[in-house]
Design a protein around this ligand. Sequence first.
Ligand code: URP
Ligand code: ZN
Ligand code: ZN
Length: 454
Amino acid sequence: MPPRTRAQWRLLIKGGKVVNDDLSVMADVYVEDGVVQQVGPNLNPEPSTGLVVLDATNKLVIPGGIDTHTHMEFPFMGSRSKDDFYTGTKVKQEMESLVQNKGVNSFKMFMAYKDIYMVNDEELYEAFSCCKELGAVAQVHAENGELIAQGAKKMLAMGITGPEGHELCRPEEVEAEATQRAITIANAVNCPLYVVHVMSKSSAKVISNARREGKVVYGEPIAASLGTDGTNYWNKDWAHAAAYVMGPPLRPDPSTPGFLMNLLANDDLSVTGTDNCTFDICQKALGKDDFTKIPNGVNGVEDRMSVIWEKGVHSGKMDENRFVAVTSTNAAKIFNLYPKKGRIAVGSDADIVIWDPKATRTISAKTHHQANNFNIFEGMVCHGVPVVTVSRGKVVYEGGVFNVTAGEGKYVSRPPFPPYVYKRVRQREQVCQPVSVKRAPYTGTVSGTAVTRK
Ligand code: URP
Ligand code: ZN
Ligand code: ZN
């Protein structure tokens, strides 16, 4: 029999607990044409030869995870691109075209990587203003690139050339300072801000405080910062230590992952990604004599859900609904994909995982499916295992077997002005404009020379 097309898949997921971010219910799920058609008890669709029945007894039925932050085939730390004012302006036009014609609704600005990607405060102000005008979400890689450049020189001059130098030249306050600066600039133009890869307690506290002050800011810890720590940079095995090099770095304070998880559970932090950007050990070895040349990036895309279940739910910090919120729903809301994505409900895309919360697996590079030869979560025993994965109505993974071909993924256009983010911004725009004080003109003497502004 030829393989069925996506439209030919009909699925009945029976006997599971359907978990959304706001509630859990015992229900069956019926899927046709890649879309959820029915959610309810004891569903009994007309049997046909095409109907696939999946038993979800004692399992959770959750929305497919949304990884907010990945890099695939990313040319990085080998290429150099310097910008000038002309190309800066051109980029502004490109942003407009990307939002209006290509379904892009977020842009990442780098405050680090001096002489490569780093933008200064004036450029950040411009970019945030542009995002705000277009209805996009501004994202920042928040680290002070100037301080990193100086710190790196200092470490190398002291003879510190190994991976520990990577963390020592950019300690927590370098991340926290940039986070605070980005929040201040974004707030000045009333632009929503999304801080990618939150790696430190200090930066997380800055975000949490800003949210308490009513600023529209979201923080994204990643599987790496929630699942492991920067003590690895001091490992005696160079290759091991180098495998953890990413920016901002993992922090040597081993209580960092637990702290970030607490904030994620409490909605101080909002959503999780991975920043998956894998380089194998031979590529990392470009920096064998100089840590500044080690390509930055770690794995995560395969293990994020299990790491967050283990450290978040199995540890008792969050419930199953918050797990769904931080692995799927909040991302869909922030990036304007909701409720097509991020929810199991009638009319939503059938991106579904049957999740066994009791099963365990041990993460290892020997058994993972990623292309690199190291796993930063090596040896971690995780409760919470995906049993079946459904993508737009098709079973793409079941019991260890994949049923996918390259190129099956579908680009999803994201309209601007996500209401979850922008309703507050617009409300403020309407009611919080400063007004000038009405007063009689000054008629006294004026002395000195008025400064002429450029
Ligand atoms: O080290 C990292 N994070 N690599 C990927 C590029 C980035 O900054 O996100
Ligand atoms: Zn980054
Ligand atoms: Zn990244």
